[in-house]
Write a protein that binds this ligand. Structure first.
Ligand SMILES: [Zn+2]
Length: 459
């Protein structure tokens, strides 16, 4: 063979091996054409050896295993991003992304309180959330109203109606969940009867009302304070306090003019054994719901399950009574997870996740282990988990944070949601790509749990 043609063949082979074997991987955004409300978007992906990647001319600098993330601002309307891969000297592949940012214009009434002629409304469905602020997020839930509950509305703000509770005290509910009452008479609600029911598992306080009415249930200083509003003109509220015991679990339900406050008894006495402690482990997402996707393409649902299975094994070795919401890769709704834990009479519920960031945030600025709780009685568990998990994983301890996630809102169990590490943070890649990640995570959760139970018993 002539030298010239062998050189030619050599270059062809070189071109094929670099040009096709190392395909450029972008894991976020998930599609090349997206429409968003946010003011920014992050790109995550993987860069192979020998290649350089530029997005709109900016070079990406990968961390461990080629993982990178980069956050861009968006202007309103169309934003075009050219993702270019360069092997040695040539741009060998260009991917084009079109990200459309919808204009966020709000009308002049946005966030303004609009007074209306005060009148009676009724709730049009069960479980209408009564809130302390006109927001569909945060720590603002007061109670849950059944269908047909009469409320007194005096104004609106955005999609919420303001409900009069007592002098200078208001609640909020979605306007779509209310309709004007046919009768507009003032009908003071009264307490007709009150008593207690006891069995060996729980104590229920039963308050019989003349009709369903707004109530609030909040925890302050280890006390549950239940307040019933709209009693009558002279004494508008009725309040009752319940002392919270160790491992406090309770439920509050308003139904057919009766308010039930059920406090579960602490199953752990001085001579307890671990089998008295029912723990539900919840591997986040599953099936069609992938969860977050990491820089290298790792799926959150898979890692969550690996950790959950390891944790189950460790807890069983220590003779805890443990159940999983899922042991396979399958979809389970949030309500099914919650109902399962309630039906199992769980003492502790731990949901396992890996973290991502909102698309307009910078993944490079979010790193480490964070544990979320909702109810104040779950804060100590969350703190123990974040401390011990971050120690085992050698990750940054992001601490315990209060946040409104559905699976940790119930008061029937002590619940925490563990975000082990950030899938989209290139620095955290070395943590969740470690061969011992699932085992270390599970050991960290076990240690946090054991420390929490011990400290609560000693309290
Ligand atoms: Zn998740």
């Amino acid at each position: 063979m002539e030298i010239k043609s062998s050189i030619f063949i050599f270059f062809i082979i070189l071109f094929i091996s670099f040009g096709t074997a190392n395909a450029l991987t972008i894991t976020h955004p998930e599609t090349t054409n997206e429409t968003v409300n946010e003011a920014g978007i992050f790109f995550s992906g993987k860069i192979d050896k020998y290649e350089k990647v530029f997005i709109n001319g900016i070079q990406m600098h990968p961390a461990k295993k080629g993982a990178f993330s980069y956050s861009f601002r968006l202007k309103e309307g169309e934003n075009i991003f050219a993702v270019q891969k360069k092997d040695f000297f040539f741009y060998t592949e260009t991917l084009s992304y079109k990200i459309t940012r919808i204009s966020a214009k709000q009308d002049e009434f946005y966030n303004k309180f609009m007074e209306i002629e005060p009148s009676y409304y009724i709730t049009t469905r069960d479980n209408v959330v009564l809130r302390s602020t006109p927001l569909d997020e945060g720590m603002n839930r007061l109670g849950y109203l059944p269908q047909g509950t009469k409320v007194y509305v005096d104004g609106t703000q955005n999609e919420f109606s303001r409900i009069y509770l007592a002098k200078d005290k208001f609640g909020w509910a979605f306007t779509k969940d209310l309709e004007k009452s046919k009768e507009n008479l003032y009908n003071p609600v009264q307490i007709l009867d009150s008593n207690q029911l006891k069995n060996d598992k729980e104590i229920t306080t039963v308050i019989e009302l003349s009709e369903n009415c707004p109530y609030s249930a909040v925890v302050e200083d280890n006390k549950l304070i239940v307040t019933i509003y709209n009693l009558d003109n002279s004494s508008e509220t009725f309040s009752k306090e319940f002392r919270l015991d160790k491992f406090p679990r309770y439920s509050i339900c308003l139904q057919n003019n009766i308010l039930y406050i059920t406090q579960k008894k602490n199953p752990i006495n001085k001579t307890y054994s671990n089998k008295d402690i029912k723990i539900i482990i919840d591997a986040g997402h599953g099936g069609t719901e992938t969860g977050a996707v990491g820089c290298l393409g790792d799926k959150e649902k898979t890692l969550n399950l690996e950790v959950a299975l390891k944790l189950k094994k460790i807890l069983e070795e220590h003779h805890f009574n443990v159940k999983l919401t899922r042991e396979f890769d399958k979809f389970i709704s949030l309500n099914d997870r919650i109902d399962y834990a309630k039906n199992e009479d769980a003492l502790i519920f731990i949901s396992i996740h890996l973290n991502s960031v909102p698309i307009s945030d910078d993944p490079n600025l979010n790193q480490g282990t964070v544990v979320f709780y909702f109810n104040p009685q779950s804060k100590e568990l969350a703190k123990c988990l974040s401390k011990n998990v971050s120690q085992e994983l050698h990750s940054i301890n992001g601490g315990a944070t209060q946040k409104s996630f559905a699976v940790i809102r119930p008061t029937e169990y002590i619940g925490a949601l563990v975000e082990l590490a950030y899938l989209v943070n290139p620095q955290d890649v070395k943590i969740y790509k470690n061969k011992k990640f699932a085992q270390s995570s599970a050991e960290g959760i076990y240690k946090g749990l054991a420390n929490y139970i011990h400290s609560e018993i000693e309290k």
